[in-house]
Write a protein that binds this ligand. Structure first.
Ligand SMILES: Nc1ncnc2c1ncn2[C@@H]1O[C@H](COP(=O)(O)OP(=O)(O)OP(=O)(O)O)[C@@H](O)[C@H]1O
Ligand SMILES: [Mg+2]
Length: 334
């Protein structure tokens, strides 16, 4: 079902074109997805039971979790939808909401249920389902976990038009920021004691210690059955200033390229100096929303220019040297 040429390394190379940094997460997800689709292939041939390895993405907001999943679905050519755990927790009709998500998956597959059954479902904000004692949300949070559990395991779900969709081979990727998980983890470093015996293994030990354990998630408030269904955990890191600059200028569809395109359509060349992007990155760092605020800051800079340019057909080029100086307009010399 999956093109044999799409190996984990190929997946990572493709992701690299759109997602900056997050190298560990890319590798983990690439291998997980590759294994998942290979298992389905093998199961078809040998009719062995597929043990599913759903994936959990943990990391701060705006660091590329959703972007990575979307990009992934594109290279795999499988239908992909996202759902939001918070809205699942707020409705009284969890199962209807879940059906709606699966229905959207079928829609994405142009109504082809068989194709949808090999798709990817991304459920975001899974950390908001934590069971907190004495809070009204706890009840619904837990019941949503149970409802999700059922479809992640694989079940037949009836859709609105009386069709059934089998979720057995659907890959579920869950995501969440899990604020406060670090503190829980630092209290549970199981492997620390081995480090004394052999310093060469420090790298491996660091990796093991950086691993999120099911017990950490349990302590965080996810029920054990649920964490048990998410054996693969990939962590996303805070984006550095340098990464934010790269996000502005590097990916194929990066913000800079998009705006150069817009200006080109006006017959104008846009040229922004690196310093400007660094200043934008600095502001974005202060906002603490990952890369999410980059576009807004850039647009604020560019909007007055985009407003002025169409009125002045003589302008051939716009040069921006800094966020805090006026742009330079270069006109056709007559
Ligand atoms: N690592 C990255 N590389 C390139 N662009 C990124 C990266 N991280 C974030 N972005 C940009 O920021 C936007 C928001 O990122 P995304 O939606 O993936 O965040 P998220 O990790 O899913 O956050 P949340 O937890 O709030 O859902 C993306 O659309 C993308 O433009
Ligand atoms: Mg997201």
């Amino acid at each position: 079902m999956l093109d044999k040429r799409i190996k984990p390394s190929v997946i990572v190379k493709y992701l690299d074109q759109y997602v900056i940094g997050q190298d560990d997460a890319k590798k983990i997800v690439a291998v997980a997805v590759y294994s998942h689709y290979r298992k389905i292939d093998r199961a078809k041939q040998d009719s062995v039971e597929v043990a599913k390895s759903n994936v959990l993405l943990i990391g701060p907001s705006g660091t590329g979790k959703t972007l990575l999943c979307e990009t992934l679905a594109r290279i795999l050519g499988v239908p992909f939808v996202t759902g939001d755990a918070t809205s699942l927790a707020q409705t009284r009709y969890v199962n209807e909401e879940i059906e709606a998500i699966l229905q959207r998956l079928v829609d994405k597959a142009d109504g082809n249920v068989a194709r949808a059954q090999n798709g990817i479902v991304f459920i975001d904000e899974i950390d908001k389902l934590k069971a907190v004692d004495g809070q009204p949300r706890s009840v619904s949070g837990e019941s949503v976990q149970h409802a999700l559990l059922k479809i992640m395991e694989g079940s037949q779900v009836k859709l609105a038009n009386a069709q059934y969709i089998d979720t057995t081979n659907i890959l579920f990727i869950c995501g969440g920021a899990f604020v406060g998980l670090e503190e829980i983890m630092s209290g549970s470093q199981t492997y620390g004691f081995i480090s004394a015996s052999d310093s060469d293994n420090q790298n491996i030990l660091n990796r093991l210690n950086a691993r999120v354990k099911p017990t950490d998630l349990f302590q965080y408030g996810l029920i054990p059955e649920f964490t048990g269904r998410l054996p693969i955990i990939a962590r996303f890191r805070d984006l550095t200033r340098e990464m934010l600059v790269r996000i502005l200028v590097e990916p194929r569809n990066c913000i800079y390229n998009q705006f150069m395109d817009i200006f080109r359509n006006e017959g104008v060349e846009l040229s922004v100096e690196r310093k400007t992007f660094e200043q934008i990155a600095d502001i974005a760092l202060e906002y603490k929303t990952g890369a999410r605020s980059l576009r807004g800051i850039f647009e604020e800079l560019i909007t007055p220019i985009l407003f002025a340019v169409p009125d002045d057909p003589g302008i051939r080029k716009v040069e921006i040297a800094s966020l805090f100086t006026d742009p330079r307009y270069i006109r056709n010399s007559k």
